[in-house]
Design a protein around this ligand. Structure first.
Ligand code: ATP
Length: 358
């Protein structure tokens, strides 16, 4: 029997609550399946770790998780620590050296969930956003001089490479090709940014030639926000830069009902390093410790992890269990306008997994 070694990094805030729930659900799923098992190794890295040790993860942290089959991540963020330290110290410190360059964010309106968009109730909104996850606006190139003085200057340079752009655009075309509609929108800002974004457009046109069966179009990012709201049915697969896709996917999550539902996979498609799966949402300190965090985003991320591990039947079973639970408004957490809590949703998903015909 195959045993998958999973590094569980709950991080901060509600990250710990939703990852605990995710681990429980995955254990129940392995038990129900019987053909594979999980070994979870827990790592207490994050804001509290930083307060004790002055860093978000140990110096050899990456070496500790390098040979795991996958990483299940919660959230990094702490009210007492600047966000750029928590982000760069943990999440980006794993994503970038592990070359998880493809960040994949599916959005769907799950059964029982109401979109804030009028007249949109399901089939009109079924998207996958592919976020470039290794360079661009998050390449970390820049600096500050004369800090605090009136002459202070600061830069964040968006660095794009032909290799980096080519591989993410190719990944997105392949993904679009694998979906029924074979439809891709390449998001850009080449009207205002006339170097890297123009190269992005050129590479997209070149890569497109290898995918004659994929219909694709190009959209300026600001116009894309309007299209997502006004013509959601015209969109299927989307590829965008690190920053653009970060923003668009939060909008997508909100349009699908709640930030608490949306999942993410940070993939190293070549499988040279472990890939990382996490809910889109952050640490949500406003609801931390109340037991009301919606665990669905983490469960859906676990579905993506199972697909990546090649356990498709188990992935499908978990997705079906999630959809059964969201279909019942009595099992909605407060972010969806309901009164249920994390425990109730977790137990209901575990119950649906165990159900004979699940
Ligand atoms: P961070 O800086 O770590 O991204 P944040 O507080 O800025 O954190 P989120 O944590 O994503 O951003 O939260 C934004 C809002 O959405 C908060 O009001 C939070 O309570 C709510 N929210 C986010 N995730 C969930 C969830 N899983 N369940 C319920 N509400 C959630």
């Amino acid at each position: 029997m195959k045993t998958y070694r999973i590094a569980a990094i709950p991080g901060d805030g509600i990250g710990t609550e939703v990852v605990d729930a995710g681990v429980e659900v995955l254990k129940a799923l392995a038990k129900r399946d019987g053909n594979f098992a999980f070994q979870f190794d827990h790592f207490d890295w994050g804001g509290e770790y930083y307060k004790k040790h002055g860093r978000m993860m140990p110096e050899d942290g990456r070496a500790q998780i390098k040979t795991h089959d996958a990483i299940l991540f919660g959230s990094a963020g702490h009210p007492d620590i600047p966000d750029h330290i928590t982000l760069w110290g943990l999440r980006l410190a794993i994503c970038q050296p592990f070359d998880q360059y493809a960040n994949v964010r599916p959005t769907r309106i799950l059964p029982g969930i109401v979109s804030p968009l009028r007249k949109v109730n399901g089939p009109e909104l079924d998207w996958v956003i592919v976020r470039e996850n290794s360079e661009g606006e998050y390449s970390g190139v820049g600096g500050r001089v004369h800090q605090g003085l009136p002459i202070e200057a600061a830069t964040d340079v968006s660095m794009m490479t032909r290799a980096g752009v080519s591989r993410i655009i190719r990944f997105a075309f392949k993904l679009a090709q694998s979906r029924p509609r074979k439809l891709l929108t390449v998001v850009t800002k080449s009207n205002a940014q006339r170097y890297a974004m123009v190269m992005w457009d050129e590479v997209a046109a070149e890569v497109a030639q290898g995918f004659p069966d994929v219909t694709w179009d190009k959209m300026i990012v600001d116009a894309m926000t309007m299209r997502m709201v006004l013509k959601p049915e015209s969109i299927d697969t989307v590829v965008a830069t690190n920053l653009h896709a970060d923003i668009l996917s939060d909008l997508a999550a909100a349009l699908a009902g709640s930030l608490g539902i949306a999942p993410t996979a940070n993939l190293n498609p070549e499988r040279e390093f472990p890939s990382m799966f996490e809910p889109i949402h952050g640490s949500a300190f406003d609801i931390m410790g109340k037991g009301i965090a919606n665990p669905v985003g983490t469960f859906w991320s676990a579905v993506m992890m199972l697909e990546h591990l090649g356990e498709k039947p188990a992935a499908d079973r978990l997705m079906k269990a999630i959809e059964r639970v969201t279909a019942d408004p009595a099992l909605h957490t407060p972010d969806l306008g309901g009164k249920a809590n994390t425990r109730m949703v977790t137990d209901a998903v575990i119950g649906a997994i165990a159900a004979e015909n699940a």
